[in-house]
Design a protein around this ligand. Structure first.
Ligand code: NAG
Ligand code: NAG
Ligand code: NAG
Ligand code: NAG
Length: 485
């Protein structure tokens, strides 16, 4: 997305700030919004309770990153439309032999019969991301072909389409104008072949669009342009103007598709959302503003300036996921519109009417005991503190402690307590996980402070822990390594 800076909002563009994109279609006030249901949580919620919550909130579409039979089983007979996923690490296998694709379809599609309302199979997830250095360049398209062929031969190819969710960094615009949109030069040939294939098989193009990342990646990005309230307009050819980066980005893709010879290929936004912690621009207020604007826009069926009409969008994501990699940034674990324990974070009106109401939470969530692990200031030997903090943060989650984040205001001692507690909770409050060479103690006094929640974990419905609790010798080892290397 580094080219999507949209910095050319000069004086001329600003003059047009009052105009808005043409309305088309006239919405029916009903948004059929989808959500991404990820699985990288140390303590997953019971899938049946999640599905009940989805239905209760009128969420009719779900996108997943794999085909884990546990949550998928809960979606059977739910009436919710599903997109299953084949992770990037399976692309090699899927491309190398058609038999593997057949097996996948047999086990993860046809086994459910027509009880699962399956619509799409996502082959890979953002496989051409620049950060992957081309690792999936050779395998993605062959895998896509094998999976679609397997779906066709299993007799479900008419209703189930294989797609490839891609990051918006597969297309570029040399002058930041949507009309100049084209596929990235290094993958232009591959993308052109792939979109033709999608077109020939009646499958859509799935793209992930993140105005938050545009803002995150450049301090010069015009702030207002990340939202949907106007205030900053970009002029394009033929009198077309853009009041937000979401539309501008989407239309850059539409123009790239035109150049590739498939001007009418359907586009689905596979991910769109705003995180609530882990960065100075990731908070409840801005997330609420983004979703409010997005959902109002969707409810009007206005589409974009060059693609008016209904838009299909999957919000990212459902829950905060404490085991996501934070390589892209600390905000990665805070994308949920619900907290880790299934509570709505902020008012969000999925009908796009902007009503100030909260979604209903996940029911029947059970918590671990009300106890916290905190720093024991009375401990005599504090020499192993740095190593222990580092360990707690590396194996737990300290993403709320950084600059501009919800727990940034803590003093040094509370900071340490926060790190210790997150690790302790992630380890199911195992007493061995609140030792840290005698530097920690368990308390039943709520350690939260104003604005900074010291969470109590839930009783995991699935139980898959990141790492076993830290034995004392390991902390010594970590410290020794730190000191002597
Ligand atoms: C079906 O999907 C699951 C979950 O993603 C995966 O682990 C499994 O390998 C798939 N089955 C086959 C036969 O590929
Ligand atoms: C991509 O290359 C960079 C620099 O060469 C390297 O740091 C990174 O680990 C590589 N990433 C992957 C996924 O191979
Ligand atoms: C608290 O921890 C964060 C993250 O490790 C660090 O950036 C910050 O400086 C710490 N604050 C204090 C007061 O020690
Ligand atoms: C601890 O206090 C925080 C903030 O004061 C509150 O939100 C949270 O629910 C409390 N936790 C428990 C388990 O009582």
């Amino acid at each position: 997305m580094d080219r999507f800076l949209w910095l050319l909002a000069g004086a001329a563009a600003l003059l047009l700030a009052a105009s808005s994109p043409a309305m088309a279609g006239g919405g029916d006030g009903h948004v059929e919004v989808g959500v991404n249901w990820g699985s990288q949580l140390s303590h997953p919620l019971m899938p049946s309770s999640v599905v009940k919550m989805l239905k209760g909130n009128g969420i009719t579409r779900v996108k997943m990153f794999d085909a884990d039979p546990w949550p998928v089983g809960a979606l059977v007979d739910s009436g919710i439309e599903v997109m299953l996923g084949i992770p990037n690490d399976m692309l090699e296998t899927m491309s190398s032999s058609y038999g593997h694709a057949q097996d996948w379809v047999k086990e993860n599609v046809t086994a459910y019969g027509n009880k699962l309302k399956l619509k799409y199979v996502a082959v890979g997830n953002e496989p051409f991301l620049k950060a992957y250095n081309g690792s999936f360049m050779k395998t993605t398209f062959p895998a896509l072909k094998n999976v679609q062929k397997a779906l066709d031969e299993a007799g479900v190819g008419k209703s189930v389409k294989a797609v490839v969710p891609l990051n918006a960094d597969v297309y570029v615009s040399p002058d930041d104008k949507p009309s100049s949109g084209a596929f990235r030069p290094d993958i232009n040939g591959l993308m052109t072949d792939m979109v033709k294939f999608l077109h020939d098989h009646g499958a859509p193009f799935v793209v992930n669009i993140y105005p938050f990342l545009s803002l995150y990646q450049s301090d010069d990005f015009p702030f207002e342009f990340a939202f949907f309230n106007g205030g900053r307009n970009i002029q394009d050819k033929g009198g077309v103007s853009y009041s937000n980066v979401f539309d501008a980005n989407y239309d850059t893709l539409v123009n790239a598709l035109k150049k590739a010879g498939v001007p009418n290929l359907k586009v689905i936004v596979g991910e769109a959302g705003w995180p609530t912690d882990g960065d100075k621009n990731a908070n409840l207020k801005l997330a609420r503003r983004f979703y409010d604007g997005l959902l109002k826009k969707l409810s009007k069926d206005e589409g974009t300036p060059i693609r008016p009409g209904k838009m299909e969008v999957y919000l990212f994501g459902l829950f905060d996921e404490d085991m996501k990699s934070i390589a892209p940034g600390n905000f990665e674990r805070h994308w949920g519109i619900f907290t880790y324990d299934g509570k709505p974070k902020f008012p969000i009106d999925l009908t796009g009417q902007g009503h100030d109401k909260l979604l209903s939470p996940v029911d029947d969530v059970e918590y671990l005991p009300h106890q916290w692990c905190v720093f024991d200031d009375g401990a005599k030997d504090k020499s192993s503190l740095p190593g222990n903090i580092q360990y707690a943060c590396a194996s737990g989650d300290c993403t709320a402690l950084g600059y501009g984040c919800s727990c940034n205001g803590l003093d040094e001692k509370s900071n340490i307590s926060y790190a210790f507690n997150m690790y302790f909770q992630m380890q199911d409050q195992d007493v061995r996980a609140c030792d840290f060479n005698g530097l920690a103690k368990i308390t039943d006094k709520n350690a939260s402070t104003r604005g900074c929640l010291f969470p109590i974990q839930i009783i995991s419905a699935g139980g898959r822990l990141a790492t076993p609790p830290l034995p004392v010798w390991a902390a010594f080892l970590a410290l020794a390594v730190m000191l002597f290397l």
